[in-house]
Write a protein that binds this ligand. Sequence first.
Ligand SMILES: *Cc1c(COP(=O)(O)O)cnc(C)c1O
Length: 399
Amino acid sequence: MAFGGALKEWLIEELHSIKDAGLWKDERIIISPQGAEIEIEGGKKVLNFCANNYLGLCNNPRIKEASIRTFNKYSYGMSSVRFICGTLDIHKKLERKISEFLGMDDSILYAACFDANGGVFEPFFNNENSAIITDALNHASIIDGIRLTRKAKRLIFNHGDMTDLEEKLKEAQDKKFRVVVTDGVFSMDGDIANLKEIVPLAEKYGAIVMVDDAHATGFLGKTGRGTPEYNGVKVDIITSTLGKALGGASGGFVSGPQEIIDLLRQRSRPYLFSNTVPPQIVVAEIEVFDLISSTTELRDKLEWNTNYFRKGLQNIGLSVKDGVHPIIPIMLYEGKLAQKFASDLLDEGIYVIGFYYPVVAKGQARIRVQLSAAHEKEHLDKAIVAFEKIGKKYNVIKS
Ligand SMILES: *Cc1c(COP(=O)(O)O)cnc(C)c1O
């Protein structure tokens, strides 16, 4: 036990400096299942507007029933990685369901999308032959995954900037393998990657395209296939999470061409050296994919809710970033205001979170609302009334 001394002193200082800068993240504690209405510690019931529960599947009776059935049949754990003795028939079945849903050859499950992104680059691109061309605002897990490809040429293009992307594609021409990587949806603004232009550009310069569709799989596009469908294009590789729209438990995957998935099963480190998704979640997910393959009802309701709420906030005079995604940023610009606004909304029974520097750029503080198919119209109306009240209190809305 050598803890103490220099390390402890440094930690105390560092923790203080996070608090002093006003950047400390506290966790609010919830004591009910996830949903549109939740109960927080102390017993207060609030409407939740900040979950990634886009399709409202976190607490769906049909999915839950499937999970309980599986739990009783297979129990809860495998005590093994996939390639030793951790592969159940249902893992293979879920991988097939995902591939069918996305129109890909094959898919491979990971414990989380963070692991999928952490493991998807290194087996192919950690060599002098490779160039990885990545959007400046890509998710932390993509950044970490790319960090494991020390030998590759890394080119970061300005967020959403097609001229810069083309520049970087030209700079990558001295390499044999090229991949363009982007989030399908960027979570702070809810803006959607311009795959309509990215895909033809990548093709022109001989690069494959990989999209992380964590904020899109299951609901974006007419049938919920995600940002490629929304943009009317096909991409080479999709990574995504089971932890958001698709039930919200945990797990992630990579979908793509057979050879890519085959090599990932042989070489991808988070797959080879870590347990996979537990059985009760796997069968819940099979049920989720059956459900969203058979009807677009939930994503249609989410789309309706999103339009209604966007218009409602605009009508009361709030500054809302344009878009179509259920992520709705309400711009307040100043960090302290965003914090106070969110805290007052909680008193009104509306649970939202303020985002400010360094999560977003300085002077770009906001409240980020996320809509769900679990929201009913009266939930939305109640929230709009609360936003109006607090907006007037802080003179963000002129009365
Ligand atoms: C949430 C998210 C992830 C991580 O997903 P997990 O399955 O929770 O690890 C990865 N990429 C993007 C773009 C995300 O939004």
